[in-house]
Write a protein that binds this ligand. Structure first.
Ligand code: SF4
Length: 304
């Protein structure tokens, strides 16, 4: 059995940047808190906790310790509240998310109704909605376009959650137009998809064609990891989403010739290495191959 690693996967620059900024801040300023988990990854959160970074759920829990805003960003009202309370803030919002927030604000300022294609309960989406002065709503799927208000303003701006797939976003916009063309006088579509995510999705898609099983590693709550698994399944490849190596069951590997591995943008290299080690253990002939060897190289190991 061969083990093939996706040519792009794992920590994206936004998450890497956020984690590094927080590690530096803890070293310089001592114990601090982050508003929500840094990333949707329990191992990374636990490591940062050991270094002195606690997680709090809401700004009401802020005391005198410095506060970190995570890569997913927060709404404008939270930023203002932290300013008013005068606590030191380390803002690690990913620049790609900041761009999305700025578009939401700008479109709302210009009188557009803003539709965000994404999960209304996801932290990034909640933050983006909060920059549009109450003029934005999130719609998670094409099917839920039926839930759009009847009295939609005639000028509509559409953004996407950064981790959505290109194909799903394009289909969403097409269906929106098809259903509400009569009422819309102006439609402005802003491509707020993240390049890091779309390249990882393309790599997972490509790999899914070459293997007979895909393992996608990342937190259960991680939207981009879930989308990677979706992309692989949409290619017709049997795919499992796991958080850690221990979840891999030997029976998944029975009769497989090639197993592909990909990982979400919030998945650390150590989690990928652990999965590769587990696959090797279950299939002793397995060897990580190809330009796909990036992760193994980072870990300083020889790759066959
Ligand atoms: S997935 Fe993209 S948008 Fe999200 S943190 Fe990473 S680089 Fe930023």
């Amino acid at each position: 059995m061969e083990i093939l690693l996706a040519r792009e996967m794992g920590f994206c620059f936004g998450v890497r940047r956020a984690v590094e900024m927080m590690e530096e801040a803890v070293q310089e300023q001592g114990e601090m808190v982050s508003l929500g988990s840094v990333v949707h990854n329990p191992q990374v959160v636990a490591q940062l906790k050991e270094q002195g970074l606690d997680v709090i759920a809401s700004p009401s829990e802020v005391s005198d310790r410095p506060v970190a805003i995570t890569a997913h960003g927060v709404s404008e009202s939270v930023v203002r509240e932290l300013e008013q309370r005068g606590v030191p803030v380390v803002d690690t919002t990913c620049p790609i998310v900041t761009r999305s927030q700025q578009w939401a604000k700008r479109l709302a300022d210009e009188g557009f109704a803003v539709i965000v294609f994404g999960d209304p309960n996801h932290k990034e989406v909640r933050g983006v909605l909060g920059w549009a002065q109450g003029r934005a709503i999130a719609i998670p799927s094409v099917e839920e376009l039926d839930g759009l208000p009847e009295d939609l303003p005639s000028r509509v701006g559409v953004l996407s959650q950064t981790t959505e797939t290109e194909a799903h976003f394009a289909e969403f916009v097409r269906q929106l137009l098809e259903r509400r063309m009569d009422e819309i006088s102006e439609l402005r579509v802003i491509n707020t998809l993240c390049n890091a995510t779309t390249s990882q999705q393309a790599a997972a898609q490509e790999l899914a064609h070459r293997v007979d099983l895909m393992i996608v590693i990342g937190g259960r709550e991680s939207a981009n990891t879930r989308h990677l698994a979706e992309v692989a399944r949409e290619e017709g490849c049997e795919t499992y989403h796991v958080e850690s190596a221990g979840e891999i069951r030997p029976e998944w590997l029975a009769g497989r010739e090639r197993v592909g591995v990909s990982a979400g943008a919030s998945t650390p290299d150590a989690a990928v290495d652990a999965v590769v080690a587990r696959l090797r253990e279950l299939a002793p002939d397995g060897a990580a191959k190809g330009g796909e060897a990036r992760v193994a190289e980072r870990a300083g190991r020889e790759v066959e």
